[in-house]
Design a protein around this ligand. Structure first.
Ligand code: ATP
Ligand code: MG
Length: 297
């Protein structure tokens, strides 16, 4: 599970880390649910080549932030840019924009086999998808592009070690296998950014080790580089794979830095212990942010 097959199709040209506009940039995002401020002026960037972790106690706003990028939740203030262009976040347009996602709830199509679920995630070559869809609806079309799509989907299943389950329906399969299917479905679209919401939940130690190796390899796959925004409670995974970590508490960014800096941050510890964080502590969080560029606190 540690490396994806080299036989997969070429990725899109990724932006370069040298270009400050490259990647995903959230600027001053605020979200309210009635009287509740779920996100308060949150800014965050995920640049090419980077794995950005988003952590925080329960109710901190992590999933809300994820949902803002996906387009499920509309912010009341702020904007998002993706490779220098305004991103009008909409769930049905994410794939086309080169952004993939997996949800905590997995969200597979229960009536399709594992292989078909992965094929359904493909975004390139409308004719290929049309072939797949026409077959689904019993139409007579099944062409070379259809076979190519099947082969590509199969290669993704093999790379994730679940090819043996290709012909099975997903629902009876162990949760860990279903999560790999969801990952394969996201990766077949060759995203340049992958959003992961709690990918480790429900997984055992060995499965988390596999997941860590997979995530760690995503930004550096030759020709298919994929940055990652990882929303996760599993601290060990976050500390192992992330280049940078953004910490939310009560909808605000309270710290940002490298794993070691976050681990040593008293502000972060206090947030997790439920100790009241006063303004002086939040200001001190900037110390933890030293060396991180392009972030407005
Ligand atoms: N659709 C909604 N309607 C009203 N309030 C919501 C909604 N979604 C989230 N909230 C509230 O917004 C706040 C942030 O929730 P969110 O789910 O983003 O937190 P989280 O950091 O993902 O928490 P957890 O670690 O428990 O998953 C919480 O107080 C939550 O109750
Ligand atoms: Mg959540």
């Amino acid at each position: 599970m540690t490396s994806l097959s080299d036989g997969l199709s070429d990725g899109l040209s990724a932006g370069t880390a040298a270009d400050p506009a490259a990647g995903l940039h959230l600027n001053g995002i605020s979200v309210r649910f009635g009287g509740l401020v779920a996100l308060d002026d949150v800014s965050l960037s995920v640049v090419p080549g980077q794995i950005m972790g988003v952590i925080g106690p329960n109710g901190a706003g992590k999933t809300t932030l994820f949902n803002v990028v996906c387009g499920f939740v509309k912010p009341v203030t702020g904007d998002i840019t993706w490779d220098g262009r305004a991103l009008k976040a909409r769930p049905d347009r994410l794939n086309a924009a080169g952004i993939g996602r997996t949800q905590q709830a997995v969200g597979l199509f229960h009536g399709l086999t594992v292989l078909e679920n992965v094929m359904a995630g493909a975004r390139k070559a409308g004719a290929t998808r049309a072939g797949f869809l026409s077959q689904m609806f019993g139409l007579p079309r099944s062409d070379r592009s259809e076979r190519r799509l099947r082969d590509t989907a199969m290669a993704h299943l093999q790379a994730l070690g679940i090819a043996d389950h290709a012909a099975e329906l997903p629902t009876p399969l162990p949760f860990a296998i279903q999560k790999r299917v969801a990952l394969a479905r996201a990766l077949i679209a060759e995203p340049r950014l992958l959003l992961l919401d709690e990918p480790a939940s429900g997984l055992g130690v060995d499965e988390i080790n596999d997941l860590a190796a997979l995530i760690r390899g995503l930004p550096t796959r030759p020709g298919r580089e994929c940055a990652v925004m990882l929303v996760e409670h599993h601290m060990d995974l976050v500390m192992r794979v992330c280049d940078e970590i953004t910490v939310l508490n009560f909808g605000r960014v309270i710290a940002r830095g490298k794993p070691d800096e976050i681990r040593a941050s008293s502000v972060v510890t206090e947030a997790y212990l439920g100790t009241e964080v006063d303004n002086a502590d939040v200001d001190n969080a900037d110390v933890d942010n030293a060396g991180v560029s392009g972030v407005a606190e």
